[in-house]
Each structure stands twice: as C-alpha cells, then as structure tokens.
Design a protein around this ligand. Structure first.
Ligand code: ATP
Ligand code: ZN
Ligand code: ZN
Length: 617
C-alpha cells in the first residue's frame, strides 16, 4: 500500500492542464467541507460527486427536500466553522471491499467503486488510470475521492466562498436517472478574490449582450424560428450594415475582390473538400431532393465558404502574375451547433462570416499573412478593441489521445505550422501555442479576446492551407510555364457579424461609438411650437446621412430625454424658444453631460468630426 505522501503526490496528475492547481485543490477541498455540512444538516442526504468547475465547484446530492435560505445559511456557517477547526485532509488507500463496506448506505458511491474497479472514471467514462481507490477524510467526514486536496482546512479562507444556489440535476447527467440536488458554490483563495469575482459577475450581468440587446431592441430570439436563429431588429440591422460596409471598404482598398456564392451546394462538394469526413458533425443533415425533383442528389447547407471560393478561383486559368488573388464574401454559413451551447448572438446556427480566401504562390504566403495581420490590427483599432492576444492553434496533441478531427498528413502539418510560427515570430507580436484548436485542414493563428468575465473567445482567424488546394487540384501557370499549386490562406477579420456584434455590445455596454450608434442624434422639441424647427433640423441631418430620431410625441421633455438616455443615444438636442431664435440647439451628451447651446452648423461640424474619427463622443 502506498504511503500518504505517495498518494498525495500521485493525485496531482488529476489537475486539468489549464487549471490553476492551488485553486483546483482549494475548490475540491471546499466541496468536501460542503458535503460534510450538508450531511450534518440533512442526515438522509447521499453525496454523489462534487468536482471543481470554472469559478468554484458543485456537489450533487440525492436529497428529498429543497433547502431553504435559512438552511443554506446554516450550511455556509457550518462550513466556516469546519474550516476554522484546522482539520487535516488525510488520505488512505482502500480495497474495493473496504470501500463497499464503508459506503454500504450510498448506492452512488457503490456504483462509483464498481466503475473504478473496471477502469472507469467517476463519470462512467473509460479511463486509463490505474484503479487505486482512495478516501479522503477531514474532521468526521470521509469521502471516496482521487484528490488532490489542500493539506488542511487552515489552507482555506472561510470568507473565500459563497453558496450560490441549488438546482436540479441527474445522476450521470442522464434524465432517465434519479434526480439530484446540485449545490453550486463559487470559491476563491481569499475574501477579496471572492469580492472581485462577484463584482465581475455583476458587471457582466449588466453588459450581457442578451440583456442589452433586448433593452436597446437590437435583436430577438423568436421561439418559432428555433434556438440559434436570432433575428436582427432594425437597430441591430443598422449596426450590422455599418460593420459590413466598414470591413468591405477596408478589404477593397487592400485588393480583395468580393463575390456572392450560393449558401447551398451538392454533398459531392463537401466530399471532395473533406468536410464530409471531418466536419459532418457540425453540418446540418443533407436535404435529399429525392424522386419528386429533377435533382436526385443530396444538397447541403454550407458550413464554410472555402469550397465555394475555390470554384471562383477555378473559374478561369491563372498565371503566376495573377497571384495573389484575394476572394472575399460576407458569407452565410450554417452550423449544427449543439443546443446547449447556442445563445444570444455569440454562438448561432446561421451566421455571416467576414470571410476571404487568398490564393497565393508559396513565396507570397508570409507577406500575405502579414498583410492580413495588418488589416486586422487596423480594424480592431477602429472598433476600439485593444485587448487581444494571438494563439497558434495546432492539431492533436501528440501526447494525447489520437484524433480523427484532422487530415492525416504529418509533413503538411509540420510545414504549415512552421510557416505560421515564423510569421508570428517575425511580426514581433507575443503569442502562445495550443494543441487541438486547428481547422481540420490546417493550423491557425487565432486572435483571442476576453469578455468581462475574463473568458477568451476567438474573433479573427488566419489559416494556412495546403490541403484543399491539393484536394481540388488547384493550379497556376508558373514563369517557366509549368503548372504549380497555390497555397490557400483562409481568414476572417471581424469574425461573424453575429459574434462581433455580441462582443461589441458587451464591450460598450450598448453605448456604441457614435459612428456605430443605431441612432446618433435624438431631437427633443420642448413644445409644439418647436416641432417645425426640430423636423427641419432632423431632415437636414438625415440628408447628410446621419441617423436621427425626432421625438414629436405628446410627452414631457424630461421623459423624452430620459428615454433617449436609456437607449444610449450619444447626442440629445433639446430645442426651445431660445434655440429656434438663435438657429441653435442645446446639446446634451449621453451620460447626462451638458455641452450647452451650439449653433446648428457648429454641432454638425462636431458630429462630422466625431463620426470620422470613430471615437466614442
Ligand atoms: P469555434 O471554435 O468558435 O467554434 P471555429 O474554430 O469552428 O470556431 P472558424 O471555422 O474558424 O471557427 O470560423 C471563423 C470564426 O467564426 C470563428 O473564429 C468565430 O469567431 C466565428 N464563429 C464560429 N462559429 C460561430 C457560431 N456558431 N456563431 C457565431 N460565430 C461563430
Ligand atoms: Zn475530493
Ligand atoms: Zn475557409
């Protein structure tokens, strides 16, 4: 039998690679402390499993009552007491029989023990780990657990955790099984860390793009469309149009050619491209056009535009002098994202990507990728996105389990990855590398931004691909008249319109820079006699292509101003007797800032400058 020190050292391997080990141990330990308190409060409760999660941990119990607020408070206080009791977390190895005796009243632990002896982990999945059974004990509470834990409860801060709620769950996550009660808690190294987390949560809730999107009438989810198919309401549609014009203008100036290609194609196309082999799970099932129609083939909604842009390349013969050819499209694509992960605008099932494919000679690859990075940096600066980092996304980890997600061509992976790494190194921009994040046909440079909660997501992506050009036998005639194969660079600069909008809504909490605001100016006449002036001014601004809302409703001025403020309209122009007389407006900036009276011409000049500079105000 292994010693306590050996068992503890061996348990460290269960800490996930990207998890802070100290936090992992602390959360795991608190889960046991919670279980002790729960069982003391409800002796009939049967603990099942209680792993750490993103910001804390949960613990599932078979429990026949719904704990009241008071009972939860009792549990939290009891946890604090246990922590202050300075109990060591003692580990010892047990045999399966010993375990069965120890947990004879808990069918869940018995099932876990059976699974473990058969080489399954606690979720019932096959596991490579040797079936060593261990129990950890603090104070009076013993739990079947593989660890790892902190040394003793002294290492926990009694102010560092919070029980957030109790929800329903199922044993093994299967709704056919017995329903359980899941206690959720967030847990941190100190009370200050907990406070900071709770403040971030509050801020994130305020900025949540689903909430802001509803309040500002940007988009809505209509149940009859289905989940993952949001609709953009007029104001959201305005923002999307602005983004589209913004990015396509940049691309045009950078030598991109814009095309329109169909959203649907024969399944055959995706068989050639390899999507059918490697990406089918993310595609909607094909439509069988069957007997009725002329076509007896199957049609697919495209999950990517690459095979389509390849057809554009192939539409005529290309010579080395034509390259690079940069084909761009605001491409609609359809992905069968699982219902558990779709939500709001950030992950949808029907999306429009700011897509482009660059067909280049091998000697042009680096220069073209550098150009894309340049374009990306400029676009980000204009959008006000300042915090991001680069990730070199590679195929399956050679030390991990084998994967059929990627095309099998080690030489190609090696040379493409090396190429991207060199571009990043030469650009001088810091980056990190990650396994298992590549596209199926090649490695990527992903640009990672953080949301309010510090979670990272990908906005831009650049990929070097030698696979699809080979699959589709792409060629150009080289200077020596021989046919050569171009390299394909896939890139999305401002991501999908959906994901970018969700990001910007949260970045600005709905108070968009003036150039992106769906309504830039609200005009509020004080009384009926100012309506004419207000309307004339509104038309004048509209003629100059500004987005104006003239509020002619029979309502009090204060109410109209408050509503424009709530809608985050950057400029509110109040029009009264003195303004009409002077041909001026009283300007208020969103956020209740009074800019005083300005002649109309002066206001227009200011507006023009602000829009042009793409600033906030
Ligand atoms: P992810 O890892 O986010 O699923 P991916 O690696 O499959 O994305 P790509 O095929 O590279 O994504 O797509 C380009 C970009 O489109 C992504 O970087 C992301 O910003 C965006 N995107 C991908 N899937 C969705 C989706 N379901 N909804 C909205 N935007 C998406
Ligand atoms: Zn444990
Ligand atoms: Zn592509």
């Amino acid at each position: 039998m292994a010693t306590e020190a050996e068992l503890k050292a061996a348990s460290e391997k269960y800490i996930p690679k990207d998890y802070d080990p100290a936090l992992y141990k602390l959360r795991h330990s608190l889960a046991h402390v919670l279980a002790q308190a729960v069982v003391e409060k409800f002796p009939q409760a049967k603990p099942t499993i209680g792993p750490p999660n993103e910001y804390g941990f949960y613990y599932d119990f078979d429990l026949d009552v719904n704990p009241t607020e008071g009972e939860l408070e009792w549990i939290a206080n009891r946890m604090k007491q246990i922590i202050k009791g300075k109990h060591a977390f003692k580990v010892r190895e047990i045999s399966a029989d010993e375990g069965r005796a120890l947990f004879k009243d808990n069918p869940y632990k018995l099932e876990l023990i059976d699974g473990l002896t058969k080489g399954q982990d606690e979720y019932g999945n096959a596991s490579a780990a040797a079936p060593v059974l261990t129990v950890y004990q603090q104070d009076t509470f013993v739990d079947l657990c593989r660890g790892p834990h902190v040394e003793a409860t002294n290492d926990l801060d009694p102010k560092g955790f919070k029980i957030q709620q109790v929800t329903g769950s199922y044993w093994r996550g299967d709704s056919k099984n017995k329903s359980l009660k899941r206690f959720h808690a967030t847990a941190w190294a100190s009370g200050d860390d907990l406070k900071a987390h709770l403040a971030r949560l509050e801020e994130a809730a305020k900025r949540d793009h689903r909430k802001v999107g509803r309040e500002l009438e940007l988009f809505a989810n209509e149940p009859v469309f289905g989940s993952g198919f949001p609709m953009l309401l007029p104001k959201g549609a305005t923002i999307r149009r602005l983004l589209e014009t913004f990015i396509t203008d940049y691309e045009r100036r950078a030598g991109y050619l814009h095309v329109f290609t169909p959203d649907i194609a024969k399944k055959e196309l995706y068989k050639i491209s390899g999507h059918w082999d490697h990406y089918k799970d993310s595609m909607f099932p094909p439509m069988d056009m069957g007997e009725g129609g002329n076509d007896d083939e199957e049609l697919c909604l495209r999950p990517m535009c690459c095979p389509h842009h390849i057809q554009v390349y192939k539409s005529k013969a290309r010579s080395y002098r034509d390259l690079p050819i940069r084909i761009a499209e605001l491409g609609n694509m359809y992905r069968f994202e699982r219902s558990g992960v779709v939500g709001g605008l950030s992950r949808v099932r029907c999306m429009t990507l700011n897509d482009a494919h660059l067909f280049v000679r091998p000697d042009q690859v680096k220069h073209e990728i550098a150009g894309v990075l340049q374009l990306m940096k400029r676009a980000y600066a204009d959008l006000g996105i300042t915090e991001y980092r680069f990730r070199l996304s590679k195929n399956a980890d050679p030390d991990g389990p084998p994967s059929d997600k990627y095309v099998d061509n080690p030489a190609m992976w090696e040379s493409s990855t090396k190429m991207l790494r060199e571009v990043l190194q030469e650009s001088g921009m810091p980056f990190f590398e990650a396994w298992n994040e590549a596209a199926f046909y090649g490695p990527k440079i992903d640009v990672q931004v953080k949301d309010v909660m510090g979670r990272e997501e990908t906005l831009s992506t650049i990929q070097a691909d030698q696979h699809l050009p080979a699959k589709f036998e792409l060629e150009y005639k080289d200077s020596d008249d021989t046919p050569k194969r171009p390299v394909m660079i896939h890139r999305g600069v401002i991501s999908t319109m959906e994901r970018m909008m969700s990001y910007l809504i949260e970045l600005y909490a709905g108070a968009f820079p003036v150039w992106l605001s769906p309504v830039q100016v609200a005009i509020v006449p004080i009384a009926d006699r100012h309506f004419e002036f207000a309307q004339k001014l509104g038309n004048e601004l509209l003629d100059k292509d500004y987005r104006v809302d003239v509020d002619l409703r029979e309502r009090r001025m204060q109410a109209k101003i408050a509503e424009a403020e709530a809608q985050k309209v950057p400029y509110i122009l109040v029009v009264g007797d003195k303004d009409v007389e002077a041909g001026a407006v009283s300007v208020r900036l969103r956020g209740k800032v009074d800019l005083g009276q300005k002649p109309v011409a002066e206001f227009v000049a200011m507006l023009e400058a602000v829009v042009k500079s793409r600033t906030l105000k």
